[in-house]
Design a protein around this ligand. Structure first.
Ligand code: HEC
Ligand code: HEC
Length: 277
């Protein structure tokens, strides 16, 4: 008997879970595959690829891309290398399928941009990024955090996220344990970290940045550091995770409330029945 009474609730629960999944799905579905747009691709390239390949693929930390011969095959080759990366090199995997940050559409856009090189069409170059609000000077370091913001967006954001929150590389927002965070930053940025994706940035170590640029970018990182890291064990959900969680919680509450209501209804019915007899 008991099992029977709960069957509708099980159906309802499944239906609500299904609804939750359906409602959360469009977040991903809307980023489906489509024709690449070279103008959008130019922005994505500036933010993610120029750091290693140069502004127009002329080569910097990564390989030169501007001599890629555009054929029908190039399309497939580009898609594969960009999506999956090249193991054992500095070239990361960019598609979400391979754990990267770019959607299928964004990869199509960037390919359209690469393939526009050497044609008569030139997408407008995106303006250098500037901070929305002037960043006040940071104590203990020489660099200018506002200049550093621009250098960071052009060189580090691809791996560390636009606000240093972490992406392919580590988060830079939590305070470094060292006694002299400024010196630690300058040292790490200049030398890089061997055996990881973190390249050496100083010209002394074969990188592209001047000493002044490294000071500036260190100043910017210090300006975004938060004194207290988030408490451990806290559930951190990013982006599209939220609607799903909220819906799941809502379904649990609704199922519970319905269960209570049905129970009450039944006991009321029962007492009504027994009174009647
Ligand atoms: C951290 C540096 C780095 C970043 C960022 C980077 N790449 Fe690369 N990329 C490389 C390196 C290094 C290679 C050469 C790998 C090798 O030796 O085979 C490469 C190779 C490639 C190739 C193959 C070139 C060839 O001739 O075989 C393509 C295409 C490419 N990258 C596209 C991109 C695109 C598009 C982005 C941005 C979404 C990007 N890369 C971001 C470092 C990088
Ligand atoms: C190709 C990806 C990539 C790029 C581009 C990159 N980093 Fe990194 N960075 C990493 C990775 C990965 C680590 C973590 C290395 C490790 O595991 O120790 C790291 C570590 C660091 C650290 C040490 C963090 C810590 O907690 O000790 C600093 C500081 C840093 N990066 C700054 C920068 C700056 C500044 C730039 C731009 C000038 C930059 N990175 C560009 C990938 C990158």
């Amino acid at each position: 008997m008991r099992v029977r009474t709960y069957r509708p609730l099980v159906f309802l629960g499944v239906a609500l879970l299904g609804l939750a999944v359906l409602l959360a799905a469009p977040v991903q579905a809307q980023e489906g595959e489509g024709e690449g747009d070279p103008e959008r691709g130019a922005v994505i390239f500036a933010e993610n690829c120029a750091v290693c390949h140069g502004e127009r693929g002329e080569g910097r930390i990564g390989a030169t891309l501007s001599d890629i011969f555009v054929t029908l095959d190039a399309d497939t080759m580009l898609k594969q290398v960009i999506s999956e990366g090249r193991e054992g090199t500095f070239m990361p995997a960019w598609s979400q399928e391979y754990g990267g940050p770019l959607t299928e559409q964004e990869i199509n856009d960037v390919i359209a941009y690469i393939e526009s090189w050497g044609t008569t069409y030139e997408p407008p170059a995106p303006a250098p990024p500037r901070p929305e609000v002037e960043i006040p000077p940071v104590p203990d370091v020489e660099g200018d955090p506002n200049q550093g913001y621009t250098i960071f967006q052009q060189n580090c954001a691809a791996c560390h996220g636009k606000e240093g929150e972490g992406r392919i590389g580590a988060t830079l927002k939590t305070v470094f344990a060292g006694i002299e965070p400024g010196a630690y930053l300058i040292e790490t940025i200049s030398h890089g970290r061997e055996g990881t994706l973190m390249p050496a940035w100083s010209q002394e170590y074969g990188g592209p940045l001047t000493e002044k640029e490294i000071n500036d970018v260190a100043a910017y990182i210090l300006s975004i550091q938060q004194p207290t890291p988030p408490p451990q064990g806290e559930v951190v959900l990013r982006g599209s995770g939220w609607p799903l969680l909220v819906l799941l919680l809502a379904s649990v509450v609704i199922i519970f409330a319905l269960g209570v209501a049905v129970q009450r209804g039944r006991s009321a019915e029962k007492s009504g029945e027994s009174e009647g007899h």
